[in-house]
Design a protein around this ligand. Sequence first.
Ligand code: NAI
Length: 735
Amino acid sequence: MEHQQQGEHAADLLLPCLTLKEKDGVALITFDDKDAKVNTLNSKLTPQFEEVLEYVEKSSTIKALVLISGKKSCFIAGADIAELQAAKNEAEVKKLSQSGQEFFKRLSKLKQPVVAAINGSCLGGGLELALACDYRVATSAGNTVLGLPEVMLGLLPGAGGTQRLPALIGLEKALPMMLTGSNVKAEKAKRIGLVDYVVHPGGLQNKALEVAKALGEGKLKVNRKRKTTATSLLESVKAGKRFILQKALQQVESKTRGLYPAPKGIIEVLNYSVDHPDKGYLKESEVFAKLSQTPESKGLISLYFGQTDLKKNRYGSPEKPAEHLGVLGAGLMGAGIAMISLQKDFHVRLRDIGFDQIANGKKYIWSNLAKRVKRKSLSRFDAQKVMSRLFAQTDYKHFEECDIVIEAVFEDLDLKHRVLKEVEECSREDMIFASNTSALPISDIAKASKRPERVIGMHYFSPVHKMPLLEIIVTDQTTDDVAAAAVNVGIRQGKTVIVVGDGPGFYTTRILAPYMDEVAILAAEGVDFYTLDDAMMDFGYPVGPIALVDEVGIDVGYHVSESLGKAFGKRVSSGDLQILTELVAKGAKGRKSGKGFYLYQKQKKSVLDRFVGKKSSKKPINPEVIELINKMGKKTSKPIDLEDVQKRMYLRMINEAAYCLHDGILKRPLDGDIGAVFGLGFPPFHGGPFRFVDKVGAKKIVDDLKRYEDSLGERFSPAPNLVEMANSGARFYPE
Ligand code: NAI
């Protein structure tokens, strides 16, 4: 530690992650861990911060404090999850939580007022720290976000957040932030009372110093009186608080089907705090520790580390990172890919065959941007700037500018060959050609190329701007530099990128196919659609399989099942595809055509519904499907066991995932877990199919598969690696 006296009232304190500079009675404390991209509250930073507090407590000249970050895009990103994971048991976690609480209490009890100057992410422990300050100034920068995302890791804010946030902004506004982990930007944070002042990033430090000085001199008094509303009146009495929490619990139960303990834990702490306000912090640390030991939290944390790992490009930096993108096909996928790229500063040439198609593509992009403008998450000026980088065209003019061209034309090999040849004719030799095919092997597409080593798969998911996954497919010929450039594009587009080997359906589509096949078989056996959807939602999927086929498109599902059936036989596709063919012939292609397995017309409310305000959340079943099933289905006379229904569906997906690892499509289980969760909605709290096998035990999975193999046939034959693991007791991940 170095102390530098600079005159009577000025002193500097220089520590590796923190500096304190005092001027005119105000201490400016800057967090900046030079060894890390972001500041985290870890065992390196916290003792230094304690040293600073001690210094401030002893100072007779410091009248006020400003806490600011030296990082461009981060105030404090939160607590260190790895350190939390290293804690051996519940008791150790409780201690960690309590020391965090104590530390923030000490900060809040300083005799000097403290101003948090927030620019960039202020999340988790970072926000809990800001909440312990007396005043918060935040910048209007797009990347300034405040939030408590602990629930997404199966935890709760364990350093006082459950107590301080509701006390500051009220239960009604605090609950959604804590229960969903959603972030708020500065303007909204100001509206709900979470920050006191919003400033342009350039003026942050000066404004914070000015406020601190005024607070220190008693010239500024903080008045946080909230407007009186029906809710605030309700919140002012204990019974009202209990009522709000009971409603929140009902909503949590219906949304999570009781599968996620963290939101329930948050409500438990808040309920307890209503009756025991002096013991709220203790309860917070107890429930935090309990949650940290749940399998759900462990599954979610493993995904968090997996995602962090995938932020690095395992191929390294590409020789020439792409700036100009070409997109072929302005349909659902092409327009989506163009949009997310434009928003990340790429220049995009979007080509389709007719003016109507490109107009529709442009309209799709603009309407999505307009929604963001309306929600105030994008300014109109910035939306126009995004659009100015788009060139929509029906020819290949200026395609020589494109570093990478992503095709999203219809799923037809001949057509994909044609556009590949056309684009190679008018592009540079170093152009990369990427296909967004759902299932066609990339090496088959590359057969039409003059430069197959520059052909790669970039498989996005629908809707592109909402689905976080990008599955990149490399063939035996794809060069590492081409892979590096494609991964680089995906990461810059904000995607979680997995890289898999080539083959029919690659990874995600290949494991989806047997799952859907089992759904079709069960439906033909007479299990009704609601039961099928409910069974998988009870397992933890965000949507049921029937609703999912309708989303993806029955025509798409048919093509995929047919082509993967040819490649892998009964193990992947053994059901009768006739129902799908007949539905497509009747124009029932899923949600996009207004009908699929379900009907998607707007439901009219009956007089009774209107009177009681009740609306069924279930979509009506398409009667044409019932007719077809009755005509073709092989209804079983045996009673249907619900656990069996659930297991038959998920086991087929998991077994095929194991085959993908065995066949070398997946290089490691982590890619398979991330791909299944972020591309297909595999329940996140199970951590992915491979983590699930580790959790349940390979032996149990193989026993179940063999039982079904005996009664239902070869489609349940367990993958050889699973059998081996069942025999040896091995795991996919080390313990
Ligand atoms: P879509 O039918 O919405 O769009 C296809 C577009 O390609 C149409 O606008 C069509 O006019 C255009 N097109 C046809 N020939 C063309 C040519 N020669 N040059 C330029 N454009 C041409 O189809 P969607 O859903 O966007 O699918 C496109 C591709 O993405 C397919 O290979 C599909 O399998 C794949 N995919 C689809 C997903 C989905 O959920 N819809 C998910 C992942 C991949």
